[in-house]
Design a binder for this molecule. Sequence first.
Ligand code: ADP
Ligand code: MG
Length: 390
Amino acid sequence: MMESNPSLASLIDSASAAVAELSGQTARWRAAAPGRVNLIGEHTDYNQGWVLPVAIDRYTAMAAAPGVPGQIRVRSLAIAQESSLSLDQLHTPHRDPWMRYVQGVIAQYDSRGVHCPGLDVAVASSVPPGGGLSSSAALELATAHLLEAVTEQALTGSERIEACVQAEREMAGVPCGIMDQTVVELAESGQALLLDCADQTARSVPFDSQAPALLVIHSGVSHALAEGAYAQRRADCEQACAQLGVNTLREVSPDQLARLKDEGVLLQRATHVVSENQRVCDAVTAIEQRQWDRLGALMTASHRSLRDDYEVSCPELDLLVELATAEPGVYGARMTGGGFGGCVIVLVASDRLEAVAGSVSGQYNEHMGWAPGCYRIQAGAGAREICTAL
Ligand code: ADP
Ligand code: MG
């Protein structure tokens, strides 16, 4: 079943109404940031490679009014919870894990000389929390822009991104890369963002309404192995680099892989990273030349590589990709995100999107006993562009 998608304006209205109810005052400041999905380039970020995400037309919106001095009260409509944070406790992780994302950003700004006054805040969101569409980066960047509106002090774009990355790493305790916050901040409407994770330079790649549609399907599972496996994959990549005598797998060409002493797991891991980097570059060319069959084939090849060489897929994601790629009108499909659950992304002809979502959901339900969440995604604007227009 296709999940509904309320407009940004209605999310802003909901957050504004909720803050009025919470504080008894009209909302004075507003901010919003989108979620994101990665088209291709998985597990390449920490290998200093390339990724190709888009910001999506789903958002986290925040509204605020002046509050009690020294205190931030936050009501989240998305998770139906309310919590408060004492501004003299900024650097001790909050007892409510979700508040740490807001707290982390406020703390990062505080250490950069931007001090948050007492506030009442409400959050409304159409980015499903924990759904692989980066609700965490959306919440962080919305908080960052809200704070800048309140204090009338602005960081530069790269400082803002860095503050949000550090908030997630240090306060929420998630060892994330830079992709989510970068694309959520910098994306432009109708464009994917080619991001070079080595030097953090980015360039837009047109992915407008002429491109096929994007369908994201959430498997409904999130396997516990993810964290340990992530650390293990990073260690495998480091070991492969040591054997090859290079600093990063980015520098390695396909024929150099033969120099690896280990012809087992390390060769598999390195093969994925090296081939995935090539696929990202090829995907950019395919998009620029509007070769959608080619882009789809690269996405499906990416999935196979993640499944067989990097071994971060799971039966549920494999089933969704298999079902989707068997449908007429589908160019290609792959798991997106770290793996072991979460979402697949499907490149599909626009006029086939509803039919494909219905058919894949029905068959998945028959196999698994539950229907997956389906999201129609369009490449949307980043937080910078959204907040400038608000
Ligand atoms: P993802 O970023 O893929 O959605 P994460 O696990 O990185 O998943 O982040 C999800 C967490 O972020 C949630 O469990 C919650 O703690 C927090 N979060 C995200 N959006 C909201 C929101 N609108 N309201 C409250 N907490 C949120
Ligand atoms: Mg996240």
